[in-house]
Design a protein around this ligand. Structure first.
Ligand code: NDP
Length: 318
């Protein structure tokens, strides 16, 4: 399995298992099956509400000798309601306790958005806090402390635009972000971000690489294109004797980004891992490059309700 090298020479396996929407009762088996099949990277977050179950699967897999703790890369994310510096450590402590780990391999600021403490998804604009009131750099400084204390081996961000990433690279006092986890797939290729990240030593992880078709209905548009049904992807897949999902995953790896497809189905978990062996040609990559349509499936609409301080324009800086 290919890896991405971090600054202290730690290696993150390029392909991991996503766990958003993996229901309690399903995610335990999914993580166990994935580790048995050879996955060595699991993507988690406190807001997914399933870290305790992921933790049980990890612990049992370690105890049964399926894999050593040191050989699995576990990522988690700080939820938006814990951006106040004093709330950052307790949030990671909760995640570590649920995951039954002493340290997290990578801890990400989930969104460049602040919510009032205790808010999961905001129901009214007064539950959102502006970035003027709660600057990202202050939250970041508290995350830097987690590295010094050995609670997080690496820190990064998620859903950051190029301008926000650039600001944080300038403002960070001790550790610059090593990762930006963002939505990336052939319909949302974000080539400017890829160029910027590569030039500044920041890795990218591609989330929703298969088009996130199981996300909640209130996050979906009626007319949205279904990535996994794309005809061009299907024809490249048949040429390689692969599935469309495998082509989408392999595309991300060929661009040098990590990729974290979610599945709770044993067959698809294994199918997705095998995507690492699908060797796309330069010609395939050029054809896929033309599919970009700047289509966000996870657009952050939840943060822009009413007269929220966040708008699509200031969230994505576009
Ligand atoms: P994905 O693009 O990974 O798509 C998941 C959907 O694809 C599910 O319906 C799954 O169904 C299905 N699927 C999985 N494998 C296959 C296959 N081989 N063939 C056909 N269908 C398949 O969506 P996600 O949005 O979940 O993104 C992946 C991960 O990225 C998340 O789980 C999460 O860990 C992370 N993420 C991070 C975000 C952030 O803000 N940082 C935002 C969004 C995602 P089934 O399970 O039944 O197989």
């Amino acid at each position: 399995m290919q890896t991405l090298s971090f600054r202290n020479d730690d290696e993150m396996p390029i392909l991991g298992l996503g766990t958003w929407k993996s229901a309690p009762g399903e995610v335990y088996d999914a993580v166990k099956v994935a580790l048995q099949a050879g996955y060595r990277h699991i993507d988690c977050a406190l807001i997914y509400g399933n870290e305790a179950e992921v933790g049980r699967a990890l612990t049992e897999s370690f105890e049964h000798g399926v894999v050593d703790r040191d050989d699995v890369w576990v990522t988690s994310k700080l939820w938006n309601d814990a951006h106040a510096p004093e709330d950052v450590r307790p949030a990671l402590k909760e995640t570590l306790s649920d995951l039954q780990l002493d340290t997290i391999d990578l801890y990400l600021m989930h969104w460049p958005v602040a919510l009032k403490p205790g808010v999961g998804m905001p129901q009214s604009p007064d539950q959102l806090i502006s970035l003027e009131e709660q600057p990202l750099a202050e939250t970041w400084a508290a995350m830097e402390d987690l590295v010094d204390d050995g609670l997080a081996r690496h820190i990064g961000v998620s859903n950051f635009s190029v301008p926000k990433l650039q600001s944080l690279l300038e403002d960070a006092e001790r550790y610059t972000p090593e990762m930006n986890q963002i939505e990336l797939h052939p319909y949302l290729q974000q080539s400017d971000m890829l160029d910027f990240a590569q030039a500044h030593g920041v890795h990218l992880t591609a989330y929703s690489p298969l088009g996130s078709s199981d996300r909640p209905d209130n996050m979906k548009a009626d007319d949205e294109p279904v990535l996994i049904d794309d005809e061009t992807i299907a024809s490249i897949a048949s040429k390689h004797d692969a599935t469309p999902a495998q082509v989408l995953i392999s595309w991300a790896i060929h661009r040098g980004t990590a990729v974290i497809p979610k599945s709770v189905n044993e067959g698809r978990i294994k199918e997705n891992l095998a995507a690492a062996d699908v060797d796309l040609t330069d010609a395939d990559m050029q054809v896929i490059a033309k599919l970009d349509r700047e289509r966000r499936y996870v657009d952050g609409g939840a943060w822009t309700i009413g007269d929220s301080p966040y708008t699509m324009a200031n969230l994505w800086d576009a």
